[in-house]
Design a protein around this ligand. Structure first.
Ligand code: NCD
Length: 304
């Protein structure tokens, strides 16, 4: 892996992506072979926003490689409460750990923090910005189920504030996927993301209704409306509850449509979808462990 820090999906080439995914597949096949790979290695966990999957799967990944974590804990119980800057916090914690994982509400925070440290820093979500490791496990799941060849994907929900969407859309340009974005007008892709996709030559269409494209899709990636990022709660209420799917919605979909969601879901996917063969979102969440093991191994420079 030629990158010091993992900040954005934009930095990942097709070769980088394949390297992580292939390595993750090897790990998934025989995890025991990697159990002592990074004994005595410590991963510093800096989570300034809630997290279940990302934090727990990074923790599981580090431990399954033989290492351990040092965790800042909640913001409430840390020196952040005393007014410490993010730059100072990361400079301190790099002395306690061999790599850092940062989640922070401010867009651009991971990039900024990475400029203050020498150990590898991984962005685990910076506000409405990027979430590159989610993208790697999303790509792993897509490759497993639909493959990358001739791929048509629909990405639905909160495209404005959803960082998993921003990262995934960039990464998908590497595999020449046809991307259909489905959202209310007020939650369309930010102009900057749309501009980058255009520059990268992505094949992109925008829709306000899923029925316009559903039957063409190989993958449907559903996202949660990011309530916590709305400056005004009334704007959230205007769009809440729209863009839900249930098993009836999927009647006109391809038989082998893969339905994904970064989770947590609120009400976007009815529970009756869970029992269908389309539902891959729990498998997707579980893929977070081998994929993060692979990424950690590569950035920590494990012996082959
Ligand atoms: C996502 C996130 O934090 O951006 N969660 C995750 O990491 N799986 C998606 C979300 O919160 O909606």
């Amino acid at each position: 892996m030629r990158h010091d820090h993992i900040i954005s999906a934009k930095q990942l080439s097709r070769a980088d992506i394949e390297e992580v995914l292939d390595h993750a597949a090897d790990i998934a096949e025989d995890p025991a072979a990697f159990a002592d790979r990074h004994a005595n290695t410590l991963l510093g966990m800096l989570f300034f926003e809630p997290s279940t999957r990302t934090k727990m799967s990074f923790t599981a990944a580090m431990k399954r490689l033989g290492g351990d974590i040092v965790d800042m804990g909640s913001v409430e119980s840390s020196s952040v409460k005393k007014g410490e800057s993010l730059a100072d916090t990361v400079r301190v914690v790099e002395g306690y750990a061999d790599a850092l994982v940062l989640r922070h509400p401010m867009e651009g925070s991971a990039k900024m923090a990475s400029e203050f440290v020498d150990v590898p820093l991984v962005n685990a979500g910076d506000g409405a910005g990027q979430h590159p490791t989610q993208t790697l496990l999303d790509l792993y799941t897509i490759r497993e189920n639909a493959g990358f060849d001739d791929l048509t994907i629909g990405i639905m929900g909160d495209l404005k504030y959803g960082r998993t969407v921003h990262s995934l859309a960039h990464a998908l340009t590497n595999v020449d996927a046809r991307q259909h974005f489905v959202s209310p007008e007020s939650l369309q892709l930010p102009r900057s993301v749309r501009y980058d996709l255009h520059q990268e030559g992505a094949e992109v269409r925008e829709h306000t209704g899923l029925e316009e494209v559903l039957s063409e899709l190989d993958v449907l990636y559903v996202t949660r409306i990011q309530r916590e990022r709305f400056p005004d709660e009334s704007e959230y209420r205007e769009v809440a509850g729209q863009y839900q799917i249930d098993s009836d919605t999927l009647a006109s979909a391809k038989d082998d449509l893969t339905v994904m969601h970064p989770l947590p879901r609120v009400d976007e996917i009815a529970h009756d979808v869970d029992a269908t063969d389309h539902a891959k979102y729990f498998q997707q969440a579980h893929n977070g462990v081998p994929v993060r093991m692979a990424l950690l191994d590569l950035i920590l420079g494990g012996e082959p």
